[in-house]
Design a protein around this ligand. Structure first.
Ligand SMILES: *[C@@H]1O[C@H](CO)[C@@H](O)[C@H](O)[C@H]1NC(C)=O
Ligand SMILES: *[C@@H]1O[C@H](CO)[C@@H](O)[C@H](O)[C@H]1NC(C)=O
Ligand SMILES: *[C@@H]1O[C@H](CO)[C@@H](O)[C@H](O)[C@H]1NC(C)=O
Length: 435
């Protein structure tokens, strides 16, 4: 089961992350200066209440020594804590920790329970990192009931450095036909002299961040990055940051975290055909080129019908769960001409969202060779002409016959007369001529 495998890989990654993290702590010279500002942040907290929670005669103290460390993965931050000293000697107990953290992307609190002393989650480093944690005890001496310690809250606000107003704007990514992804941006309202932008990215299969493989450079400077398919990882956090340097100092860093499968824009649907069937019209098209699997696509058909009174009627229908690329629709009785355009998007079975492709070229019923009105008309015409021809032929034959019979009658009389005279001298070989 691929889903199960993915989860297992993820937990393995978590442990390796902790190891990498500890390495990073030791090899501080390898960590960029700005990064070490985040690393190993020991945060103090105030406890709201002073009343102690007791379990089996031991005070369940609020957690201290919480560390929030940033290994430099552009927002994938680790949280560590230690088991309270008072609980070290408790036996016949399961000690778990309930961690709540504020998901800055979805703007809501998320809750997890773990027996481990570490947890890694994605945060937007442009916003404060908020964490709440408490101890959950379940002991034999508590008779199976759960004892919750007091909650402590940590808030870590990353340093806000860089020239004010220099943060980039309008950042968005489009994964074209699952072949390559382009992320583009506009410069910030404040653009100091000699500004240069840099894009860095990271996903969980990378040991460290990498710089953009191919910048999109416009006349005003770097305004985008092009990622080949091989550099992307689907169904996983894909973290990006755009920072920069300038004569006035570093530019404000912008952080983003996306899932690339939700940014797919399929190519244009090609070779649309409209044909006539007994029931009505049938549309056929080819799926867009690119790497999007056919079962991952949904289509939208737009029809523009010109009615007999000259009015145009436009309709759109989304065709979901459609594996074959054809669609039949009843023909409008009063319509003269119908035109169709088709576009496609990744369906909800393959991604949470996506972009519509551009519309295909419009194809109309008049463009096709076999319009039945003409076919039937010409067929009826042919039959009528045929019958008329036969009637005329018969009539002329009949008239001709009438005239001929009269002449033949005269000829016959002459012939008998002649025959009587030549009968005896006529050679037998020549006789068939006179029959
Ligand atoms: C836990 O037990 C050890 C010895 O078994 C003792 O030295 C230590 O003081 C105890 N800790 C607490 C918090 O009671
Ligand atoms: C534990 O539960 C038993 C029965 O289930 C009850 O008799 C006993 O008083 C309980 N002890 C505590 C400390 O709650
Ligand atoms: C931009 O971010 C990357 C990755 O975190 C970092 O290595 C680099 O030094 C930063 N550059 C500037 C100019 O801040």
């Amino acid at each position: 089961m691929p889903g199960y495998g993915r989860v297992r890989v993820h937990t393995q990654r978590l442990t390796t992350l902790v190891i990498t993290l500890q390495k990073n702590m030791l090899l501080l010279d390898k960590v960029p200066a700005w990064l070490s500002a985040f690393t190993l942040l020991l945060l103090t907290q105030e406890t709201a209440s002073t009343s102690e929670v007791m379990a089996c005669g031991v005070a369940v103290e609020p957690l201290e020594d919480i560390e929030i460390s940033d290994p430099g993965f552009l927002g994938y931050v680790s949280i560590h804590w230690t088991r309270p000293a008072a609980l070290q000697n408790l036996t016949d107990c399961t000690v778990r920790y309930q961690l709540k953290y504020y998901d800055t992307y979805e703007e809501r609190w998320r809750s997890v329970r773990t027996v481990k002393l570490t947890y890694a989650a994605q945060f937007d480093l442009e916003k404060p990192v908020k964490v709440k944690i408490l101890t959950v005890l379940n002991c034999a001496c508590t008779n199976g009931t759960e004892v919750q310690g007091e909650e402590t809250e940590w808030i870590y606000t990353p340093k806000d450095t860089g020239v004010a107003g220099s943060r980039i704007r309008d950042f968005h990514c489009v994964y074209y036909g699952k072949e390559y992804m382009e992320c583009t941006w506009e410069s910030g309202p404040v653009q100091p002299q000699e500004s240069q932008h840099y894009l860095y990215y990271w996903h969980r299969e990378m040991d460290e961040t990498k710089e953009c493989p191919e910048y999109i450079v416009l006349s005003e400077g770097r305004r985008g990055c092009r990622f080949p398919r091989e550099s992307l990882l689907e169904f996983s956090k894909f973290n990006l940051c755009v920072n920069g340097s300038s004569a006035a100092g570093s530019l404000k860093t912008a952080y983003f975290s996306i899932e690339v499968q939700n940014h797919v824009k399929p190519a244009v649907v090609s070779s649309v055909h409209v044909s006539e069937t007994d029931e009505g019209l049938k549309l056929n098209w080819s799926p867009p080129s690119g790497q999007v699997p056919e079962h991952c696509l949904e289509y939208e058909v737009e029809s523009s019908t010109t009615m007999e009174n000259g009015q145009e009627k436009q309709e759109r229908m989304v065709l979901q769960n459609l594996e074959d690329t054809s669609y039949g629709l009843p023909r409008e009785v009063k319509s003269q001409k119908a035109c169709f355009r088709i576009r496609s998007k990744v369906n909800t079975y393959c991604a949470d969202e996506g972009f519509w492709s551009e519309w295909s070229q419009a194809k109309c019923t008049e463009d096709t060779e076999t319009v039945p009105t003409w076919k039937y008309l010409s067929l009826v015409g042919l039959v009528v002409i045929g019958i008329a021809g036969v009637v005329i032929l018969c009539l002329s034959l009949w008239i001709l016959k009438k005239i001929c019979i009269k002449k033949i009658n005269k000829q016959d009389a002459l012939y008998t007369l002649y025959k009587e005279k030549v009968n005896q001298t006529m050679p037998t070989i020549l006789s068939p001529i006179f029959k």
